[in-house]
Design a protein around this ligand. Structure first.
Ligand SMILES: C[S@@+](CC[C@H](N)C(=O)[O-])C[C@H]1O[C@@H](n2cnc3c(N)ncnc32)[C@H](O)[C@@H]1O
Length: 371
């Protein structure tokens, strides 16, 4: 039997899941719903739209300036020189969006767009932070199961969960299925990801209706129901999914999270944003509210670490759970977040290898398509 001091046993992989053939009990409905929201990490990332009203025009302008240097071998040393002072905010080797599979559109620069030489260091730094934040990743199903098991004892029925940077909505919909939140809300900056989340939600709701209608013993709103984490609920938990889940297309810094009881951050690509996020959350969240982060600590003094799950337990990376505690003693800038600071020499060697690989791929494509 597990004692209070026994460390929780975490899953280490997804178990194979057979498609649900028949809805015989509510657990079949849950299983079909969970299955319907997996696999978002494999989605195709369409380029950002290069239209005059795109909110991403400033991002695209600087991206074009960087990419022009990447594509011209004679300007690559200059590209390295400009990127080197900002290594702490570059995720990986070169900024993701300027790579051949990145989200920058093709096409000519708009009139008046600047070259890299005309873009200042502060602007470039802010751009690199945004570029890193736009990288996509999702926790695997077993990792989210571990996460919900781990936080379930801290969650009281009736709260509001918010995922800042909600992508295709997997965490928001999984949280609404698993835990007794009144509302689960996702906030996503990129329009196409927001629309994919809405489409997935439409499919989830249709499947829930179909599943509930097919049960041999109807699940009434008042019928007792056991949630996937073992907590008691009623049939309303599934009947009211449409009212319990919402997605907002917005910059997370523009959305007030005052009413949240849990803010979820898959912050693995948000390292350089952690200070600003800490300030925002400290200002808005009530005492007692929880914030969970991955990879990066929330170092603002208004938050107290309540759980630390090392990499390889709940998930592949560290997971931290904080609680907003006490009065807001200080609004001084939080300690510098533990930034990923690569060794500049090793970084340059990797970048030069990437240049060579890109040139080889371009040559190979030219040979294949030559008449
Ligand atoms: C690593 S993904 C995580 C997706 C989701 N939370 C999950 O765990 O499945 C981070 C998401 O944050 C979004 N994002 C980045 N900066 C943002 C911002 N300022 N406001 C809202 N969303 C942002 C990205 O577009 C991306 O979809």
């Amino acid at each position: 039997m597990e004692s209070a001091s026994t460390p929780p046993i975490f899953r280490t992989a997804d178990r194979p899941a057979d498609p649900v053939a028949r809805f015989e009990q509510p657990s079949d409905v849950f299983e079909a719903l969970f299955q319907s929201i997996q696999g978002g990490e494999k989605h195709v990332r369409p380029p950002l739209a290069l239209t005059p009203d795109s909110p991403f025009l400033p991002f695209i302008e600087i991206g074009y300036a960087l990419r022009a240097c990447l594509r011209d071998p004679a300007r690559r040393d200059y590209l390295l020189q400009r990127l080197r002072p900002h290594l702490g905010v570059i995720i990986g080797t070169l900024p993701t969006s300027i790579l051949p599979h990145g989200m920058l559109p093709d096409g000519a620069p708009l009139p008046g767009w600047r070259a890299l030489e005309d873009i200042g260091d502060a602007e470039l730094h802010a751009w690199l932070i945004q570029d890193g934040g736009l990288i996509y990743g999702e926790m695997q199903r077993y990792e989210l199961d571990n996460y919900f098991d781990a936080i379930a004892p801290l969650i009281r029925p009736g709260g509001v969960m918010v995922d800042l940077g909600s992508g295709l909505g997997k965490v928001v919909m999984s949280a609404a299925l698993t835990l007794p939140f009144t509302r689960c809300i996702g906030v996503e900056l990129l329009g196409y990801r927001h629309r994919m989340a809405q489409e997935r939600l439409r499919q989830l709701l249709a499947l829930a209706q179909q599943g509930l209608a097919s049960l041999p013993a109807p699940l009434a709103p008042e019928t007792p129901l056991t949630l996937p984490v073992g907590a008691p609920a009623t049939g309303r938990h599934l009947h009211d999914l449409a009212a319990r889940i919402a997605f907002i297309e917005s910059d997370m810094f523009k959305v007030d999270v005052r009413g949240a009881s849990l803010v979820f951050l898959y912050s693995t690509c948000f390292g350089p944003l952690m200070d600003a996020l800490g300030e925002k959350l400290a200002r808005e969240l009530p005492v007692g509210a929880l914030v969970s982060t991955t990879t990066y600590a929330l170092k603002h003094p208004a938050f107290q670490l309540v759980h630390y799950f090392p990499a390889g337990t709940v998930a592949w990376t560290n997971v931290m759970v904080y609680q907003r505690s006490g009065p807001l003693a200080s609004l001084t800038p939080a300690e510098t977040a533990a930034l990923y600071q690569p060794d500049p020499v090793a970084w340059e060697a990797r970048v030069r290898r990437d240049f060579d690989a890109m040139d080889l791929a371009t040559k190979a494509a030219a040979t294949i398509y030559a008449p």
